[in-house]
Design a protein around this ligand. Structure first.
Ligand SMILES: Nc1ncnc2c1ncn2[C@@H]1O[C@H](COP(=O)(O)OP(=O)(O)O)[C@@H](O)[C@H]1O
Ligand SMILES: [Mg+2]
Length: 213
């Protein structure tokens, strides 16, 4: 098996990397039926804390995921090793992409870039997309924490398109259920399956799997 390595990266802190990584991993495991690994390269270890809560609430053998950590260039090696035995490897990265996240971007088949729809977030995105492009790795933007009915979101979607970036049509709204589910070690698709957020995640996964195969 050679699984796909998806690296969630974005220079901007707080953009939703860890939230998106957790949701992608849970949904991909469910939808593909293949083993999925998550790799936390961020020394802050938020994804690891989420996984520990998951183990506590679901039981160590029932998380449906394999969790590893790595640092520096060890991340590239670990990702490639995990891809031999997993259908997907989802990597969560720290904000400093030029140093800390580079090995994970280097190992990626696809870089997934969460972006909040504001001009400042779009500026920060350029560096992330450029690094992926230098590695010949496709970067897919995901609009996250999209506020309801904000005209700025439409303007930002236009600005993203004008920048030549590749953004998924599916978006995640600014919804507290994301934060609440994360705190319990779940994804919204598990913790709040009938929520709007869960619907958004389902659409996102459908589109993503269509794009990455
Ligand atoms: N779609 C969303 N709706 C509501 N809150 C969100 C959403 N995505 C992320 N958050 C919250 O935003 C904060 C930053 O998210 P996080 O995933 O930790 O970002 P990063 O890993 O990029 O620093 C967290 O408090 C998280 O719960
Ligand atoms: Mg994080």
């Amino acid at each position: 098996m050679s699984g796909r390595i998806l690296t969630v990266a974005q220079q901007k802190g707080g953009s939703g990397k860890t939230t998106l990584a957790a949701h992608l991993a849970v949904a991909l495991a469910k939808q593909s039926g293949e083993p999925v690994a998550i790799l936390d390269v961020d020394p802050q270890g938020s994804l690891g804390t989420w996984f520990e809560a998951r183990e506590e609430n679901l039981g160590e053998d029932n998380t449906g995921l394999e969790f590893r950590t790595a640092s520096g260039w060890g991340a590239r090696r670990e990702a490639r090793s995990l891809a031999k035995s997993h259908g997907y490897v989802v990597i969560d990265t720290p904000p400093k992409i030029d140093s800390d996240a580079k090995p994970a971007i280097d190992a990626a088949d696809f870089v997934i870039v969460p972006i909040q729809p504001t001009p400042v977030d779009l500026w920060a995105t350029a560096q992330t997309v450029e690094m992926a492009t230098r590695e010949d790795t496709p970067a897919l933007l995901v609009l996250n924490r999209v506020p309801p009915r904000a005209s700025l979101t439409g303007e930002m979607a236009d600005a993203i398109a004008a920048s030549g970036y590749d953004a998924l049509n599916a978006r995640l709204g600014n919804r507290t259920v994301f934060a609440a589910a994360m705190g319990r070690g779940y994804a919204v698709t598990e913790d709040a399956p009938s929520s709007k957020a869960a619907q958004e995640v389902a659409l996102l996964i459908e589109e993503l799997v269509g794009r990455i195969g």
